[in-house]
Write a protein that binds this ligand. Sequence first.
Ligand code: FAD
Length: 410
Amino acid sequence: MTAREDHDIVVAGGGPAGCALATLLQREGHRCLVLEASTFPRYHIGESLIPHTHGTLSRLGLLEALRRSTYPVKHSVRFVSPAGSSSDPFYFSETIEGEGSRTWQVERSSFDALCVDHARASGVDVRMNAPIERVHFDGDRAVGVTVRPAPRESYDVAAKVVVDATGRRTLIGDQLGLKAPVPGLLKGSLWSYYRGGARLEGIDAGETTVFLLRGGGWFWYIPLPEDIVSVGVVDDPQRLFQEGLSPEASYDAQVAACEPLAARLTQAERNDRVRGLRELAYRNRRMAGDGWVMIGDAAAFLDPIYSSGLYLALGSAELAAESIHDALQVDDPSSTRLGAHLDLLGEGVAVIEKLIRAFYTPGFSFRRFVERHPEHRAALIDCLVGDVIGKKMTAFTNALDDMLSAAARN
Ligand SMILES: Cc1cc2nc3c(=O)[nH]c(=O)nc-3n(C[C@H](O)[C@H](O)[C@H](O)COP(=O)(O)OP(=O)(O)OC[C@H]3O[C@@H](n4cnc5c(N)ncnc54)[C@H](O)[C@@H]3O)c2cc1C
């Protein structure tokens, strides 16, 4: 590969994961280049943060901007049954003290632009309209990328480490054939936005409300700035994407059929088109190799039920930044060093995956689980706020397994 320029680290994708990683590594003195395919601000789904993003956002230096923002403050999550009965709100302050017990519902176009601006202010070279066409390998080792910025000519960039932060595009996963579906998690989604949806009062005004549907699906209801609400349904793709039914017609029918949700929208008007994804879940069989590592959605995405996407994007970026820094300190960007954090991350993700599968298991209920195992209530709450990385949760997950097996037998 004859490169036009070279950098320590080339990051493919300027979303929250890519920008967080580049910001942290640039501060450590590594020369980072972020290549982003689109031009910001750009639309993105995934608006609800969970409290345990607080640590990474604080270390990045983004908290002050979030405090000044008009993003609704999220103190809690609430579940509403198909018949309309509402659980008590689950307030994060039950287990977390201080400012870390609340978080934000972010409009992604401005939040992601904030992450880019912050990376640039930290010295990162961020280029828009710079889609990476492919990653170059010398044998098994990633050595750089080809960028094709339309309508200009393509060029090559060499790097000691290539980071795949391309989100669902999964650049390296596709190129190396590593991407695979996740058996048992076959869900799709349709979503849109309303102006004028009803808001709750006081500290509940910024909550995420989850409306449960008969048959295992659910809606999110996420208040955003300027009187906008994000409303999306997650369910069996066969139900959401029926032949002869447009995504709009399918979405509108699902909203109308969910009476407790429709009641919140009586004064509201849908003010955007309906977007959708037929298959939400996937993961890569490997997430690091010689000279490369994947972070955020480029590595895996499971399900949005616990709003863990941005938490894992930022968390995996921070952990990978440490691995890359350590590898470059000893001039050894090998698979072992670049993936040094993956076991720790994988253990945390496995706990989240177990909870996701529990949510979709017919006959399983978290209320009954906590009634039978009050000693595990705190661990369950830790999972819901995202406090799962680096925690020993074997007793909790064993108890969960027992109840899931019992639910499967009945
Ligand atoms: C239906 C749904 C609902 C969700 N709800 C939530 C939620 O409520 N809360 C939550 O935390 N998460 C949610 N998520 C997940 C969340 O959207 C993602 O986890 C998060 O955006 C991942 O961030 P990222 O930086 O890894 O990837 P992204 O934010 O996707 O950023 C990747 C970037 O890479 C760029 N790119 C792609 N290909 C290339 C290329 N070849 N070259 C250069 N650049 C490239 C893209 O343009 C993009 O800007 C949801 C996801 C879905 C599907």
